[in-house]
Write a protein that binds this ligand. Structure first.
Ligand SMILES: Nc1nc2c(ncn2[C@@H]2O[C@H](COP(=O)(O)OP(=O)(O)OP(=O)(O)O)[C@@H](O)[C@H]2O)c(=O)[nH]1
Length: 358
């Protein structure tokens, strides 16, 4: 129950896990909101930064919260990522340098953290990421220049202890942020992997399934045949074809024809499951049952199927099928087996239909 609530809150804050990139980035944004607010509070409390820098950190905390809101709720994810990293690099870093001890202060650590964050999390930003990386590496140069020429602009610590405390706290905060970022990146990869696996499973199912009846399609016939043959199993192949299906379609409509196909397929699926076999729709109103049974037993199973089909209440009266059953022979291949079953099925058609030949 608690876990469920927790997951609901996480989903509300971060979005759907189906989109791991957004999900983890929203987590980073919210952590940034907390960290900037915390930094502002701590700087104020310990008196280790210029008051304007403290205001700015509080303002950035609020701004990142707005960025999260627009990204999470107003579909502006891409744009907001860009705005976020720009605010950090173009506003926060220089302001922090000036308002928080210059080259003696913790800005070097923050720039280093930003460089890692930018390099790892903005892989898709291409040339902008490269520009950002160059910026991070080079930004100390103009800032040191300003510090040298306009030393009065730089906020200086009152005591050496204050400076050490500020450096230590910043180091810990940036360290925690990087740990969190790496962890969320690992989470993102895990989620993306799970999603890719789920999609590939769906794709596999789609590629092997007939969309109308939910039975397997021809692809599976080839696969199962080869596998059973390699295992040296005894098995039979039954080819089934609904009788006078064209007439049924013409008389009662194509969608009624579809209904009948679906009902017949459900019966085939039942037999396949009960006998650990496979039911396949070859196409149209033609089906294959691959059963790990002799042709005699398969023949009996089909007789039972014919009874079940004739007892199934259908809107426009009962339907029947004709079938040919052939047991696999060691010396023949898939084509020959199918051909024998096909010939037997045609024999059943020729002999008046509603018949199973073996
Ligand atoms: N409703 C529906 N009809 C289909 C589908 N696929 C094929 N058909 C129809 O199935 C009919 C097959 O007709 P035929 O091959 O002439 O065979 P039949 O009328 O069953 O005659 P016999 O097999 O000789 O008993 C055609 O009218 C096709 O249009 C489908 O997915 N849905």
């Amino acid at each position: 129950m608690h876990k469920h609530c927790f997951n609901k809150i996480l989903e509300w804050l971060l979005g759907n896990k189906d989109n791991p990139f957004e999900y983890t980035h929203h987590a980073v944004l919210l952590v940034a909101v907390v960290l900037y607010a915390y930094a502002a509070f701590l700087n104020y409390y310990l008196d280790v930064a210029n008051i304007y820098n403290i205001y700015l950190q509080a303002a950035i905390s609020l701004l990142v919260l707005i960025i999260w809101y627009l990204s999470r709720w107003k579909n502006q994810f891409r744009m907001m990522r860009f705005v976020f990293i720009s605010v950090i690099l173009l506003v926060s870093m220089p302001a922090n340098w000036i308002g928080n001890g210059g080259s003696d202060g913790p800005t070097y650590i923050m720039i280093f953290g930003s460089l890692i964050y930018l390099s790892v999390s903005f892989k898709d930003l291409g040339v902008y990421r490269r520009i950002g990386q160059c910026y991070c590496i080079l930004i100390p140069i103009p800032l040191i220049f300003i510090e040298q020429h306009y030393p009065e602009l730089i906020f200086r610590y009152g005591t050496e202890t204050q400076k050490q405390i500020d450096l230590m706290i910043t180091f810990i905060i940036i360290g925690l942020f990087l740990i969190f970022m790496m962890e969320s990146l690992a989470t993102r990869f895990r989620l993306e992997k799970a999603k890719a696996e789920q999609l590939s499973e769906q794709l596999r199912a789609l590629s092997e399934e007939d969309s109308l009846t939910g039975l397997y399609n021809r692809r599976i016939l080839d696969k199962e045949y080869s596998s059973w043959k390699n295992q040296g199993r005894v098995f039979s192949l039954a080819l089934l074809d609904l009788d006078h299906f064209k007439k049924l379609n013409d008389q009662w409509g194509h969608s009624y024809g579809d209904e009948v196909l679906v009902i017949f397929s459900a019966l085939l699926k039942d037999i396949a499951i009960q006998n650990e076999g496979v039911a396949i729709r070859l196409g149209g109103e033609e089906f294959v049952l691959l059963l790990p049974l002799s042709s005699d037993i398969t023949h009996q199973k089909l007789i039972q199927l014919a009874k079940r089909l004739s007892n199934t209440p259908l809107k426009h009266g009962p339907v029947s099928f004709s079938a040919g059953v052939a047991q696999d022979m060691e010396t023949e291949g898939q084509y020959d087996l199918l051909k024998r079953a096909d010939n037997l099925m045609y024999l059943a058609k020729e002999n008046g239909r509603n018949l199973i030949c073996k």
